[in-house]
Design a protein around this ligand. Sequence first.
Ligand SMILES: *Cc1c(COP(=O)(O)O)cnc(C)c1O
Length: 376
Amino acid sequence: MDYPNLKDLKRENNNYINLNPLQTAGKLTEPAKKALIEFGDGYSICDFCNGVLDEIEKPPIKTFTKDILPKFLGCDTVRITNGAREGMFLIMHALTNPKDTILIDDNAHYSCILAAERCKLNIIKVPNSKCPIDAIDVTQYEPYIKKHKPKLIFLTYPEGNYGNLPDAKKLGTIAKKHNIPYAINCAYSIGRMPVNMKELGADFVVASGHKSMSASGPIGLIGINKKYEEKVLERSKDYPNKVIECLGCTSRGATIATLMASFPEVEQRVKNWDNELKKAQWFAHELEKLNFILIGQNPHRHDLMYFKTDILYEISKKHKRKGYFLYRELKKRGIIGIKPGHTKSFKLSTYSIPKEDLKKVISAFKEIIDDNKKLL
Ligand SMILES: *Cc1c(COP(=O)(O)O)cnc(C)c1O
């Protein structure tokens, strides 16, 4: 048996332009890399803990979770989780009983569905009626609310396949009217673009640190409206300072240290969202010139984009490397992040990739098509 050694644990992605949507906003900042080493030991943040994660003052988790993050998210209370899925599970588990009904948009991430299954809930999906695939029309929730009387409603903002951004604020008004707790899954938005829970009229927001906040995961957080705070953050009878749904403490080391270390840069980049979005729209427009088809909202409102690329698929049918030609050709040009074997369609993200690098990506696609013209 070969034991893994350091040689096997190398990543060869350095110096590549990485378009993988999972990676673009999760890359560590320089301060976070230092924090990762500093806090790499197991329970590294627990040296000065009196029993509650959010009360630790050294490192300054207390101000981070009690002052800085609630202000950043426009919510009353924040709790650290081990990821977005854990946050969704926590909310569902605290607010429902088995067999209760909840509404989830049809574009939801699989982990949202699994969280509901783990809670043994009756899941009703609010359909996506538009064709081609577009953002959920949130007014569709209302008839479902009337019919099913759900205990909780979830919206994915944006969803992780096409990057469609639904009208979360409008759903906030609908949720308020029917007095139903409303949670928004912001795994792909918090840390990339401005999200304000109160402005959206939500009761919960869920974030993913490793996806969108330049943290070494797994880590996430939830923002909570005080109306639900007591119920969601119920304390143990035996251990009165421990929150049951968090199993006492969630992050216990390097993950929260990296989240905190990256936060100043994350806060700044969120302010730059308009430019980030303009860059994404420009990029999509350039790819449309190559006859790639942008699926979903157009003009797009997020850096995560899904393209249908028939021309590359046609090439792949005749190319000696079949569907793998694209991955190989891109990699030769210093570009990764589109899944090996995909040519018919793929998703990518432009987040925090400099325009100069995106120009290289556009040229690479052009060249790859030109070089293979004879196969068409
Ligand atoms: C990635 C993703 C998740 C899962 O995030 P974790 O923090 O890894 O649990 C959930 N929802 C959406 C929409 C995602 O894109």
